[in-house]
Design a protein around this ligand. Structure first.
Ligand code: MLT
Length: 319
């Protein structure tokens, strides 16, 4: 890099990566956290690199506004907020950090699973409200139960390994993974209908469907094992919220642990927010100090390498 080049950071970035950017002699780092979309569309105009998490839409309009962009860095794994095709057409590299928050996401899925199974939030609120109620909050045991993992990539496998330590039986479904790989990781590969019918817990670890449709829709909630607990720390669009609400209200669904929503933040009146059988968190899957440190360091390293013209692993285009 010959002259200082502007790198626009649109969302919070871990201190380790942010410091690396600030101290790079070739880079003019602009931290634009909290800017509105209109402001970002302006700020991106003189940037050669844009770094985002999941809260900024890097769509065709944003890419067109960033006429000088050479690289888009996604501090995290999912690139559903980035128009990767348009970026490729414009010759802009898209880089992400596919491994940095695997453990954080897996641990958060388990936190939601345990909290939902043992009704931790309801019981916490009851005690905080002055009650001492040991009768109402009967939970579900993980040991001996079956966990169905929808998606068996890095995060799904990490959840599966930990579920085995809880003495659960693990099923999985994933069109891109062979049955022998599942077996190596202690899981049995089945089709989605079998997984739904047999699992006491279902945890989603798939990417969003291309057309935005839900994997768990009304039909899935009708087929799911009665009383099952579902966890979603992947993408909100994988669950049809209205269908999930109906399944909770009918008692078919035993509980729901949610970290992601069809719309983020969820609007007022969202059918799942505040439901007594739902434990929800605001997209915190990657929010540990360790994960944010690693995400920030890795995304900054990749962005700087791309700006220097060094070979860097980019996000593949969808098949
Ligand atoms: C990811 O895709 O990496 C996660 O959703 C976490 C995040 O964006 O913060």
């Amino acid at each position: 890099m010959s002259e200082r080049q502007r790198v626009l950071v649109a969302e919070p970035l871990g201190a380790a990566g942010a410091d690396r950017l600030r101290t790079d002699p070739d880079v003019d780092a602009v931290f634009a956290e909290g800017q509105s979309r209109a402001e970002l569309l302006e700020s991106v105009q003189d940037a050669v690199a844009l770094i985002v998490r999941s809260g900024s839409q890097v769509d065709a309009e944003m890419i067109a506004a960033g006429a000088g962009l050479r690289v888009i860095g996604r501090a995290g794994v999912g690139v559903d907020n980035i128009d990767v095709t348009t970026a490729a057409e414009r010759g802009i590299a898209v880089v992400n950090t596919p491994e940095a928050n695997t453990l954080a996401a897996a641990e958060h899925a388990l936190a939601l699973m345990l909290a939902t199974a043992r009704r931790v939030v309801e019981a916490h609120n009851s005690l905080a409200g002055g009650s001492w109620d040991r009768k109402h909050y009967l939970g579900v045991q993980l040991a001996g139960a079956t966990l169905g993992l929808v998606g068996f990539g890095r995060i799904g496998r990490a959840v599966g390994h930990r579920a085995l330590a809880f003495e659960m039986a693990v099923l999985t479904t994933d069109p891109y993974i062979g049955a022998e790989v599942a077996q190596e990781h202690g899981a049995r590969m089945v089709e989605l209908p079998e997984l739904l019918a047999a699992s006491d817990f279902v945890s989603l670890h798939a990417v969003a469907q291309e057309d935005g449709s839900a994997l768990l829709d009304e039909a899935a909630f009708t087929a799911i094992k009665p009383g099952a607990i579902v966890v979603n720390a992947a993408r909100g669009s994988l669950i049809d919220s209205a269908a999930a609400r109906a399944a909770l209200d009918s008692g078919r669904l035993g509980g729901l642990g949610l970290d992601v929503y069809d719309q983020e933040p969820p609007p007022n009146g969202h059918p799942l927010i505040g439901h007594p059988r739902v434990v929800h968190t605001p997209h915190l899957g990657a929010s540990t100090g360790a994960a944010q440190r690693d995400v920030s360091v890795q995304v900054v390293a990749k962005v700087l390498a791309a700006l220097r013209g060094e070979p860097v692993e980019t996000v593949p285009l969808a098949p």
